[in-house]
Design a protein around this ligand. Structure first.
Ligand SMILES: [Fe+2]
Length: 138
């Protein structure tokens, strides 16, 4: 289970806070999955729904900051965000509608996918903002 660490720091307070928030929801999801049948499928669905909303809100905030300062990596970042939201929505739709699946297995697939995607995105894409966008922006 990955955690947010200093190596992921972008240096913009709002963005770093948001990234920690994403990891907090991933951790919550991890604990809920590990709790097994003690935690209902409705709870997993609720966490996934919050994850989806938070990711959208965060991406919008991050893109807004980049747009304001005319950041050169804006388009690429926006494209990646849109792709992630499409994939996440497809995963969540599957979680909600596929009766033959074990919801905990689907939730774990989503969790591990997001963990890898978010970690890599922060380190490889978002970290390029470091030093290019001033810390008080956002
Ligand atoms: Fe990003």
């Amino acid at each position: 289970m990955g955690v947010w660490h200093d190596g992921m720091k972008v240096g913009i307070e709002q963005v770093d806070d948001d990234h920690r928030g994403l990891f907090a929801i991933l951790r919550e999801l991890d604990l809920a999955i590990r709790a097994g049948s003690a935690v209902g499928t409705d709870v997993l669905g609720d966490i996934l729904g919050r994850m989806d909303r938070y990711a959208r809100e965060h991406f919008a905030r991050e893109e807004e900051i980049q747009r304001e300062v005319g950041y050169e990596g804006y388009e690429e970042n926006r494209r990646q965000h849109a792709e992630l939201i499409r994939t996440l929505d497809a995963f969540i739709a599957r979680f909600r509608t596929e009766p033959m699946d074990d919801p905990r297995v689907t939730a774990e697939t989503i969790r591990s996918f997001l963990m890898v995607w978010i970690s890599e995105h922060i380190v490889k894409v978002d970290r390029k903002m470091r030093g290019r966008i001033l810390p008080w922006c956002g």
